[in-house]
Write a protein that binds this ligand. Structure first.
Ligand SMILES: [Mg+2]
Length: 277
């Protein structure tokens, strides 16, 4: 693993893939060096995409928020986990499916755009989509959804479980962390394993990093494998890129603070980036 700079990555690779949380933004604004980097990429017309596991904001909402932080990022450059839902639902024949959606208003819009039919929390559903930890009364929402899920499975009905954002934890700002939708999925999976220990298929289909679906989507958009991923999490950004056959740079100061000594060569970051500047 070699220490590198954004200059070097821009020179060596045709397309930059940038993680959002912990690289470009926190909950309060742009992170150090992000404004300068985005302005520079835009000026140079260097191709880049924001590759984010977020499923709480439509691309137009995210773009407006980025603009508010001084980051001029167009919606078309945002490949978020939520944008993977149309292909996911279509590919599984779930258009028209009654969907329980835990997440924000935009999460509901994502599901609607994908052809799913959101139902109120506590009503029977065929598909459960865990998008985000915000936007609903957390404990009550989890409990009522779990109860509905148990009732459905007790009757012998099937269910589809979809997790756009597999992140366990995210960085809000320096020293301030939050749990994410992936942790909610682990709670549901544990509760399902407890009640139905021998029933197969009670795991979520995971779409975002480190899973291939999101990298396939950005490859479809960019048209080239000459891409480098810049991220702050080994388990999602770095692992996902490396398993997909892309080089990856770990940015210091985010979620992953150390690279385990026993991490295989195939999953190690190719580069260490001290800062975006
Ligand atoms: Mg991150």
């Amino acid at each position: 693993m070699k220490t590198t700079t954004t200059d070097e990555l821009i020179e060596r690779h045709a397309v930059l893939l940038l993680d959002a949380y912990g690289v470009l933004v926190g909950t309060a604004g742009a992170l150090p060096g992000a404004r300068e980097l985005i302005a520079r990429l835009n000026r140079a017309q260097k191709p880049y995409y924001i590759l984010t596991n977020d499923a709480s904001k439509l691309p137009e909402t995210a773009s407006r928020r980025y603009h508010g932080f001084g980051l001029d990022i167009e919606p078309g450059r945002i490949v978020s986990a939520g944008t993977l839902l149309p292909a996911c639902l279509a590919g599984r024949g779930l258009k028209g499916s009654r969907c329980a959606v835990l997440g924000t208003e935009d999460s509901l819009r994502f599901v609607e755009r994908a052809g799913g039919v959101p139902v109120p929390i506590g009503e029977d559903f065929e598909t459960l989509v865990l998008c985000d930890e915000n936007g609903f009364p957390f404990l009550d929402g989890i409990d009522r959804t779990l109860s509905t899920l148990y009732a459905r499975l007790d009757r012998g009905d099937g269910v589809h479980l979809i997790l756009p954002n597999p992140d366990l934890v995210f960085l809000k700002s320096a020293g301030d962390f939050g749990i994410a939708a992936g942790t909610m999925a682990l709670m549901f999976e544990s509760a399902l394993a407890l009640r139905y220990p021998d029933r197969p298929g009670l795991e979520f289909i995971r779409l975002g990093k480190p899973h291939a679906t999101i990298f396939e989507e950005v490859l479809r958009r960019s048209g080239t494998r000459d891409m480098v991923m810049i991220g702050d999490q080994l388990a999602t950004d770095i692992r996902g890129a490396r398993e997909f056959g892309l080089p990856a740079a770990l940015l210091a100061g985010g979620i992953s603070t150390e690279v385990p000594a026993d991490l295989s060569e195939a999953l190690r970051p190719n580069y260490l980036l001290e800062s975006l500047g």
